[in-house]
Structure formats: structure tokens, C-alpha cells
Design a protein around this ligand. Structure first.
Ligand code: AMP
Length: 281
């Protein structure tokens, strides 16, 4: 696996790859890789001739300094994991390389960023779109792979590529879970053993939501989730929303949409976790 830190050397190398007519699959990450990330790499390997992973902890998408400082970093073991998957190239730029000047582009997501993550993490999606746009411009992938775990991010990136007419296919990938159902996340390693056990309740609640969809009203379902998660004092719901899968507009009744997803953000102790379940589509 080739590892590049500089934009110029990456671009020069990729021009040669493209001149051979090879298709390029791209998996952007913030590192501290787990099976969720690796599933994206495998999907990219299946569908492309050449696979690139980026590892870049993007400071401008963090709205909380401590969150950025505490974000797990495991570069050496990440390299081994990527080598095992036969990833072809790892792009690992520094902050100075990516942002020689402060990023100042302002995106209009047409309201997609006004709910859920966007409401509680001001500026987060502008930071995500800035880095993904820049990475797409450097790498010019044919396909880019994103996890459904970060559902709102996926919808926003999809809109951005359409708005800027970027010739890249955005490929959504299923959520990979721990044995107890907890959605894999780099942040899971910040949980204590008992918190990890409690966190499985998030997925349990979402399973109940799926079972009760259509039987209970949306407000009854919201009450049910609150009641279930309140049982543990270390858990605090930041939001639980049932939204249209395309507009991300919160729904009041089931009749309002035929494409519905339930999304949740929960603090387990100091660690903020997100998860979701598609209810019907
Ligand atoms: P991150 O390193 O957290 O920025 O994630 C990089 C990519 O991996 C994003 O597209 C995430 O949605 C995806 N991802 C993270 N966790 C999972 C998971 N448990 N299952 C599938 N994809 C995931």
C-alpha cells in the first residue's frame, strides 16, 4: 500500500492510474478504523480497480475542542488493517496540507442541516462538506463509499455532489454492529465496559421502534424510546426523530411520508453516539 501525505504527489500518481483506464473507489475516514470502515473498503474493492482510503481528523467539523482533542487516533494499527484489506493507497494529509488558508466556503444544504446533528453540532456539516469536496477534487473518484450510520451526512454529501455536478457516485453502505447490536464507531473505545453494555440499549430501542411502527403513533413511539433509555442514569437522549429519508423533515404522522427513518443521538456518560433504523422505504 502506498502512503501519501502530500496533495501534489497523490494527484500525480492518480493521473497515471486514471490514464490506464482504472476505476477509483474512495473511502474517506477519520481513522481509528474498525469493521464498519473496513466493510466500506471491501465494498469499494468489489466495485473498483483501485481503492483509496483517506485518514484525516478534520478539525473544522468539530464544534467542541475537547471532542477533537479526545478523538481516538490509531495510525499504526490503521495501516496494518488497510494493508490486510489490500487497500491500494492511503492519503494521510496534515491539517496544514489540507488548509493552508482557513476554509471559508459556506454551503447551502437547503435546510437538510437544520435538524438532528445539524441542530446540535453547529457548523458540523459545513466542515464535513468542505473536507469531502476538497478530497473529491484531489482524488476525483468514480465512486465514494459512506456508511448509513451517519445517515444525515450521507444525504448532505449526496446533495453537495449534485449541486456541484461532481461526477462521483455516492454509495451507501449498511451499518456494521458489535455482537450486542451497538453500531460500531471509533468513539466506542472511549466507553467503559459497563457503558458499552448499556449502549446496546440504543439499538434495542430502535428495534422496538421498528416493531411498533404503524401500531403506535409517532408521539407514542417517542415516549416509548424516552422511557426505555431513561432507565439508565448514564444515558441522555440528545434527540430522537422520525424523519422523511430525503427531506429529513421530522414527521408528526406516519401518513406524511413513504420513506421513513428513525435517528437518535445519545450521550452514554461523556461519549456521544448516533444510530438509526430505516422504518420503511
Ligand atoms: P468516520 O471515520 O467516523 O468519519 O467514518 C468514516 C466512514 O465510515 C463514514 O462514511 C461512516 O459513516 C462510516 N462508518 C462509521 N461507522 C460505521 C459502521 N458501524 N458501519 C458502517 N459504516 C460506518
Amino acid at each position: 500500500m502506498i502512503i501519501f501525505e502530500k496533495i501534489k504527489e497523490t494527484q500525480e500518481h492518480l493521473e497515471k492510474i486514471k490514464s490506464k483506464g482504472l476505476s477509483i473507489g474512495f473511502v474517506p475516514t477519520m481513522g481509528s478504523l474498525h469493521e464498519g470502515h473496513l466493510s466500506l473498503i471491501r465494498e469499494a474493492k468489489r466495485e473498483n480497480n483501485y481503492v483509496i482510503c483517506s485518514i484525516f481528523v478534520n478539525p473544522i467539523q468539530f464544534n467542541n475542542k475537547n471532542d477533537l482533542k479526545n478523538y481516538p487516533r490509531e495510525f499504526e494499527s490503521d495501516i496494518e488493517l488497510l494493508k490486510n484489506e489490500k487497500c491500494d493507497l492511503l492519503f494521510h494529509p496534515s491539517v496544514e496540507e489540507m488548509y493552508p488558508e482557513p476554509a471559508d466556503e459556506k454551503f447551502d444544504f437547503g435546510g437538510l442541516d437544520e435538524v438532528m446533528e445539524g441542530m446540535y453540532r453547529k457548523g458540523h456539516f459545513n466542515g464535513v462538506a468542505s473536507v469531502v469536496k476538497k478530497l473529491f477534487e484531489i482524488i476525483k473518484p468514480d465512486r465514494a463509499y459512506f456508511g448509513l450510520k451517519d445517515y444525515q451526512q450521507l444525504v448532505i454529501i449526496h446533495k453537495m455532489t449534485k449541486d456541484f455536478n461532481m461526477p462521483v457516485e455516492i454509495v451507501p453502505c449498511t451499518i456494521i454492529r458489535e455482537e450486542n447490536g451497538l453500531a460500531m464507531s471509533s468513539r466506542n473505545q472511549l466507553l467503559s465496559k459497563s457503558e458499552k453494555k448499556q449502549a446496546s440499549l440504543i439499538c434495542e430501542s430502535l428495534k422496538m421502534v421498528k416493531i411498533q411502527t404503524g401500531y403506535l403513533s409517532i408521539s407514542e413511539i417517542k415516549e416509548m424510546v424516552k422511557r426505555q433509555l431513561r432507565r439508565h442514569r448514564s444515558m441522555k437522549i440528545e434527540y430522537f426523530e422520525i424523519v422523511d429519508m430525503y427531506t429529513l423533515k421530522p414527521l408528526m404522522t406516519w401518513a406524511e411520508s413513504n420513506h421513513v427513518i428513525a435517528c437518535i443521538a445519545v450521550y452514554v456518560g461523556k461519549v456521544r453516539l448516533i444510530d438509526n433504523v430505516i422504518l420503511f422505504s
